[in-house]
Design a protein around this ligand. Sequence first.
Ligand code: FAD
Length: 451
Amino acid sequence: MALSKEMTRICLIGAGPSGMSMLYHLAKMEEQGKCIPDVVCYEKQSNCGGLWNFDWRTGVDEHGEPIHGSMYRHLWTNLAKECFELPDYTFDHHFGKSIPSFTTREVTLDYLSGRWKTVNATKFVRLNTIVKNVVYNPDEDNFTVWARDQVEDKDLPSEQFSHIVVATGHFSVPNMPYFKGVETFPGRVLHSHDFRDAREFKGKELLVIGSSFSAEDISLQCVKFGAKSIVCSSRSGPMGFKWPEEIKEKPLLERIEGQTVFFKDGTFTEVDAIIYCTGYKHTFSFLPDNLRLQTENTLYPPNLYKGIVWIKTGNNKLMYIGMQNQYYTMTMFDVQSFWACRVILGEKTLPERDIMETDMSRWIQKLERVTSIPDGIDFQTEYVMDLCGDSGYQHNLDVKDIFQDLNRKRKESIITYKDNVFKSKFTGTVSCKHHKPFMSVFDDSYDAIVN
Ligand code: FAD
């Protein structure tokens, strides 16, 4: 049965790329003459775009709430744009010409915003409005949401919704493990969430903890902007790249005594600052335990049918978008959103609970066989393609070959991989080259990249 407008009311939390994909599809369906439900999107920041907005603040925002942003000045995408290009709104179409494969934060946000504008998707968003609490009402089979208008500094009257879609991202709340003696360190200790500008570390000797994309990118970024030396230390073994001579890898940090950091292999060195690139925690402070996804950063979080529907409330009306660890990003959020819209609109029926559980177990078993980045790319390609097939998404989003090629080039040379160009699956265009190699571009303004 198709749901009537009166029966269905969606509360979408977060207007980052995931939330905006949901709104894009709803607005598009409305344009096509479909009756779409009432939808309210609460966004705590003053702009749509989530992490792709640059926040100069660290700690708390102007309203005293934790800062969402984790991006920094001079950030270039770590994915070639051909890995996240949206087939119905290509880069060529947006910019009217070919631009380099690796873009910057500002250029990426400009591209995404261009797509949202085509259907005026932002009309559903209430900016500067933070969701504080959500409860499920079993008797009415709906949810009550409490939000706060941060500019007016007042709580809004609570509202009832039939569906909740959580799209609040998961690269915002730092994971900060303790290392013995860290409290004696006299310099700056920060998490990558608070890293804003590599120029702060010019001439400095640094310890970077972790082996994630952040550890890799921030280390290179600091060398590019003049850091004297960097020691990378990780629990999970070396990243294994051919680093510039300023970067050395060490085993796990064992303890800190004043300015000296000691590693498991008995070696030690003095550093001026310590940067934790130790990942993020999935945090949903506005959700009670029975609605809250509790997971580490994995390619298939538990209790989410198709990686989307929270199966623990029983009514399947709480959904999460973009909660997986990510190789695929914008296109994965897009097909997840399309799939969720079709379910909410009653165009797609969910199977019985036992079938959903079998499906989830199948994915989780498959995940156990993923032991490398290439495996992870294949796994997520299969997941994305499963959603494409199941939702009737109009485009084939499989760009596994581009991802694998990119990963090989990264392994070959971490210093130059961002100088490569890739071919768009959707337009056939091979990106143009940057005017200079990544390591020697210091002007990352929109004009420098696009023009
Ligand atoms: P987010 O972008 O995090 O957006 C979530 C939104 O929810 C935010 O706007 C936030 O303000 C809002 N929100 C949170 N809590 C509340 C609340 N209680 N009430 C109301 N609103 C709320 N991806 C790529 O494709 N390419 C890259 O090169 C790339 N580089 C990255 C570099 C860094 C440093 C990081 C941290 C991530 C990077 N990513 C990259 C991945 C990134 O996760 C995705 O591109 C994308 O931003 C995820 O979108 P999202 O909408 O799921 O989450």
